[in-house]
Design a protein around this ligand. Structure first.
Ligand code: ZN
Length: 145
């Protein structure tokens, strides 16, 4: 199996069996972002305990890339200190801008192939932008730019 096929399987697996999907009851923070280019809409709910992300869940609809990316994200930020989670968001965004290899990001590197398809990059970064907005206290509903 090629690396590309492996990455496709990772994305398909998260799309078919999303982790941490569904709204959180009374989240400490949440944000909803729309991607009008594709029609994706993703909400991210978080629970913060002692400066860390005790819970991170997502809900909403969208294409396989947006859903898989959200699922992968929740698994990677859960349990992290807020500063670490934001740092991971920055690393991921840089990777999706074509900067950095993303090799250190493990499973996240599976999403790197999307960089070849500029119109899909927003699909992959949507949940991450929503998490960033939630953590920075920009709660509510907005359109991703
Ligand atoms: Zn999409």
């Amino acid at each position: 199996m090629s690396l590309e096929e492996l990455y496709q399987q990772v994305i398909l697996d998260h799309y078919r069996h999303p982790r941490n999907r569904g709204a959180l009851e009374q989240p400490d923070r949440s944000a909803v972002l729309l991607n009008p280019l594709c029609g994706d809409e993703i909400a991210v709910d978080v629970r913060v305990r002692e400066g860390a992300l005790a819970e991170c869940r997502f809900h909403g609809q969208g294409c396989s890339i947006s859903q898989a990316s959200a699922s992968i994200m929740t698994e990677h930020v859960k349990g992290r200190a807020l500063a670490d989670a934001l740092e991971l968001v920055r690393l991921f965004m840089a990777m999706m801008r074509g900067e950095g290899e993303g090799a250190a990001l493990g499973e996240l590197a599976a999403l790197r192939g999307v960089v070849q398809f500029p119109v899909r990059v927003r699909c992959a970064t949507l949940a991450w932008s929503a998490l960033e907005a939630a953590l920075e206290g920009k709660s509510g509903r907005a359109t991703a730019l």
